[in-house]
Structures are given as structure tokens and as C-alpha cells.
Design a binder for this molecule. Sequence first.
Ligand SMILES: Nc1ncnc2c1ncn2[C@@H]1O[C@H](COP(=O)(O)OP(=O)(O)OP(=O)(O)O)[C@@H](O)[C@H]1O
Ligand SMILES: [Mg+2]
Length: 349
Amino acid sequence: MSLERDLVSPDAEGDERAIESALRPKRLSEFIGQSRVREQLSLVLQSALRRERPPDHVLMSGSPGLGKTTLAMIIAAELGMPLRLTSGPALERAGDLAAILSTLSEGEVLFIDEIHRMARPAEEMLYLAMEDFRVDIVVGKGPGATAIPLEIAPFTLVGATTRAGLLPAPLRDRFGFVAHMDFYDVEELEQVLRRSASLLGLRLPDEAAHEIARRSRGTPRIANRLLRRVRDFAEVRTDGVITRDIASAALNLYEVDAEGLDRLDRAVLGALLRKFGGGPVGLSTLAVAVGEEPETVEVVAEPFLVRQGLLARTPRGRVATASAWSHLGLTPPPDAFGAPGLPTLFEDP
Ligand SMILES: Nc1ncnc2c1ncn2[C@@H]1O[C@H](COP(=O)(O)OP(=O)(O)OP(=O)(O)O)[C@@H](O)[C@H]1O
Ligand SMILES: [Mg+2]
């Protein structure tokens, strides 16, 4: 993957995990944005503390980089309980999960990241554990196998998923509280950036924070990453002071544009407009036009373009919206949005 792509990818790359942990808010009061989730969660946690009982199990769903892991850590901290971390792909066999569940202490918070990727047998064991704080350990094989019930300490499960739709209903139903994390607006990202800057010992004027925030695709992880690139640029090219112009020059250098589109996003949009008159055009034809795999275009570039209202996926192919034309500074042809139902020259075979 290209450098530019990594810069606006919502996934954590390389040694980024270590850097991120230094920037994570530790308490609910420090957590920026997601005001509804924060208020709901605060009620759930306060009432659990008052009853001196573990709270309901919590499921967090949302795109990468929006703060799910951060919030899981905050839940444990607010409850004053230890946090045990694992992830769906690590739970291949029921035994992997049993080993964790049977060693939990009372009230402990168990965080399962990417919970939609758990293996089936582990998932079934989890149903019982969540509901009755019990697991059935199967001893032996075949007809002679017996299940030995084992009590486990009452615990709180916190699950995180980027794909809530892939979660089986019986699992989803066992969570007492589901937190849907939304993308952040520009003001919230400015707050994230100001907080990170002060932790990193950087002076960040408001206009510079604004400049970085609006290019961050609604995602705190991307905001923090762009801030580090702007800092590098300021240190190497100037006297280290970050201004709005420095931020904008740095991000232009890295080809992240004013709306957070990168080189690939703009290539896809540019081809759609310039070569196919705004579409509709089939995915594979569009991918060939930008020299990428269809999957890269579909998974990497399109979701953000769709969310920004620049591109629409229709049954007849990809179509540019009016904003797409103005974003690239182009004038749509007179018939760009008319004549629906006409056959198109550009559909995939
Ligand atoms: N509300 C917030 N306030 C301040 N910083 C935040 C907030 N949410 C996320 N961050 C920062 O963004 C980074 C990514 O957050 P986090 O790792 O929690 O995302 P995630 O949703 O778990 O992502 P993934 O789906 O990739 O696991 C962290 O370094 C964290 O500091
Ligand atoms: Mg995470």
C-alpha cells in the first residue's frame, strides 16, 4: 500500500498501537464526543457501582479508529476493575475461551475485540457464560462425552465490532447495552487534536487544529496521525511552530485534500467524471481506469466517497453526485443527472 493510503486508513498501522496508547483518554470525563453513548454508559456504570453488581454486558459497534478499545479500557477504569483483553480471532476453540472464563475474578471486565470473528463453538459457550455465569466443559469424545458444568465468577463482557451486522442475533441479544459509535464532527476532532497536542507538548493554534480536523474523515485515529505528520513537517521545514498554513502545506504534500480525500479517492472520482461522464459505470471498468484491483476501489476508496455524498452505488453502476463535480472543480455535462433508464455504454459485461 502506498504511503498516502496509510495516512488516511482508519486502521492502526505498524507501531501506531504504542503511540496511541499514550493518547488514549483514561476516564469517561476525558472522552471527547459521542455524547449520547457517554451519557448512557455513565448511567449504566453508576447504577452498577451503586448496586455493587457488575453492569450489563456492553457491545460497542462502529468503524475502525472511533474509540471502541479506548472506551473498553475506560469501562474497567470507571468500575475500578481489572481488564482482560482478547479478540475474536484468538478464540478458535471453545477451550481457548474456557481457559479465560474460568480464571476471571469477580467483577472483572473481559474485552473481546472483533467479537464477530469468534469461532462458532466458542460463541455458543459464551452464550451460557453471559447469561448464567456458567460454562459446560465437555470431557471425552463421541457418545461417551459428558458435560461438566462449571461456575464462573460474575463478570462484565465488553465486545467490540466493526461489523455489527455479522453478529448472530442470539449473541447480540445477550448484551444489555449496545453503544453505536458515530463519526465525529469537525469541532469534536478539534478537541481531540488540542488534547493530543498538549500531551505531545505541541502548540496548536485553533485554525491549525481546524485545518487538520476537517481532513480527518471523522476519525480520531486519523486526526492523531495527521497531527504527527504536520508536526514532522513543521520540525523539518520550519522552526517547529505549527500554523494553519504549515498544516495545510504538510497535508497537501501528503496529498490529503481539504475534505480528507487522498490520491486514490481523487483518482477514482476523477476517472468517474472525466472518463465516464459521471457514470453509471461498472466497478471493474472503473477499477481498470485507475489501475487498481476492483476490491481496492470497493473496500478502500468507495465507503468514504459514499459517506461524503460524492459517489453513489446504483444497480446500474457507480454514479457521481453533483458535489463530486464541484469538489474536483469540474462542470457536469448538461445531461449528467438526467435520462435515467437509458442504456449506458460503460456497464460491466
Ligand atoms: N473520544 C475520543 N477522545 C479522544 N481520543 C480518542 C477518542 N476516541 C478515539 N481516540 C483516539 O483514537 C485512537 C484510536 O482509538 P481506538 O483504538 O479506541 O479505536 P477503535 O475503535 O478501537 O479502533 P479499531 O476498530 O481499529 O480497534 C486512540 O489513540 C485514541 O486515543
Ligand atoms: Mg480497537
